[in-house]
Ligand binder design. Structure first.
Ligand SMILES: *Cc1c(COP(=O)(O)O)cnc(C)c1O
Length: 389
């Protein structure tokens, strides 16, 4: 964030100042910096931020200010965004399937040297489209589905152990350095999944005889969403499993250990201020929905804490379970669970939805002309995690 950009004291001040009839993301840059610093302190290696989770410039800036200098990128626009915003930062090409022109541009224009592959044809593409100078081929290994993950990210990408070993041997033979990576799935609630995946890395090293220069344990670290869920295990439990896993497979001491968190860094650092445009009985028609910031309430069945913001007087003590309807004309555009909000909610009130930092603006479409895009900085300390009424 630019130094002269206004920081609002609270979400109420945002509502007072802007009286927004459009959705507003309320980012707490200080929380984001704190999350990132904590993660960097606990992780025994280098933390790459997964840009796809939230590429907003204010988010990237807060992470950079916290000391993040390494970014997991998956497309040329992401690489350009990182490289041009922060000339001293490093982008890594973590998508296992890339266009040839994109590989060439990443290598020659942006100087990207790390490329993920999970198939021999992709390895061939990377070798053909670069001059191989300084190339590090990072072989993505497929992992078994982990307990409680929202998305099984190994369903689409990743090589089984035997193929991963072949890829490592071939990359080495072609004169490249070699790394290994995996992704246990997003919002992974089982720290043991990282241990299991690291064991597979150990198997690949043994089979191939190739010592990696980097092992990347990916993302997947959870956010703590709703009060109805049992809380996820603490971050420390994940770090313990990773440390134990690394020790068990006896990596060389000079190896780089990386992780690529997205959700765990940004989810809690942002809320969304939506406005009630109309009420029909227990249905509130708000100005953001499943085609905008709230697609994960459907795709990943995430329940988000919400509360009513009203400027001109008190709200009722009793609650009603409301259906929150999004703004588009599609009748599917309704949040799948009921939200407990004051019984007298009415047109003009705002509904602040918490924990919206991850996969929100990043996933929003322009469907029907609705596109949430306003970001403001807020300097308050939101109440811890839950504030369902
Ligand atoms: C999406 C993704 C991440 C980030 O995942 P989170 O679950 O948000 O931590 C990291 N690495 C890769 C390769 C990804 O695809």
């Amino acid at each position: 964030m630019a130094k002269d950009e206004k920081t609002f004291r609270s979400v109420v001040e945002v509502a007072q100042t802007l009286t927004p009839s459009y959705p507003v993301y309320c980012l707490r840059p200080h929380l984001l910096r704190r999350n990132a610093k904590r993660f960097m302190t606990l992780f025994p290696g280098t933390v790459l931020y997964a840009v796809k989770c939230n590429p907003h410039p204010m988010v990237l800036r807060a992470l950079y200010d916290a000391g993040i200098r390494h970014f997991d990128t998956a497309s040329l626009p992401e690489i350009a965004l990182v490289s041009e915003t922060f000339p001293d930062a490093h982008a890594y090409f973590m998508h296992p399937i890339k266009g040839r022109a994109v590989i060439r541009s990443a290598y020659t224009v942006y100087g990207v040297r790390h490329y993920v592959v999970d198939h021999p044809d992709e390895l061939r593409k990377v070798l053909e489209e670069t001059d191989r100078e300084g190339l590090v081929i990072v072989v993505r290994i497929t992992t078994p589905p982990a307990k409680g993950t929202l998305y099984h990210l190994a369903a689409k990408f990743g090589a089984p152990v035997e193929l991963a070993a072949e890829l490592a041997k071939e990359a080495k033979k072609q004169g490249c350095k070699v790394g290994f990576c995996f992704h246990v799935g997003s919002q992974c609630l089982d720290p043991g999944a990282y241990r299991i995946a690291l064991d597979l890395v150990g198997e690949v090293i043994e089979r191939s005889g190739v010592e990696p220069v980097v092992v990347d344990v990916g993302g997947g670290f959870p956010a703590h969403y709703a009060d109805t869920d049992p809380p996820p295990p603490p971050l420390e439990a994940y770090m313990d499993e990773i440390r134990a896993g690394v020790k068990a497979i006896r990596l060389q001491p000079d190896i780089d250990l990386w992780c690529e968190p997205g959700r765990a860094l940004v989810a809690a650092a942002c809320s969304l201020l939506t406005q009630v445009q109309l009420r029909k009985d227990d249905r509130l028609y708000i100005n953001d929905g499943i085609y905008g910031s709230l697609s994960e309430t459907v795709q990943a069945k995430i329940e988000l804490p919400a509360r009513l913001v009203r400027l001109d007087g008190p709200v009722a003590n009793e609650a009603t379970g409301y259906l929150l309807n999004g703004p588009t004309c599609d009748s599917l555009d309704v949040l799948p669970t009921r939200y407990q909000l004051p019984a007298d909610a009415r047109e003009g009130d705002w509904v602040e939805i918490d924990q919206i930092g991850a996969y929100s603006n990043a996933n929003a479409t322009h469907f029907n002309g609705f596109h949430p895009e306003t970001y403001v900085a807020v300097g308050d300390e939101p109440p811890a995690v839950v504030r369902r009424l």
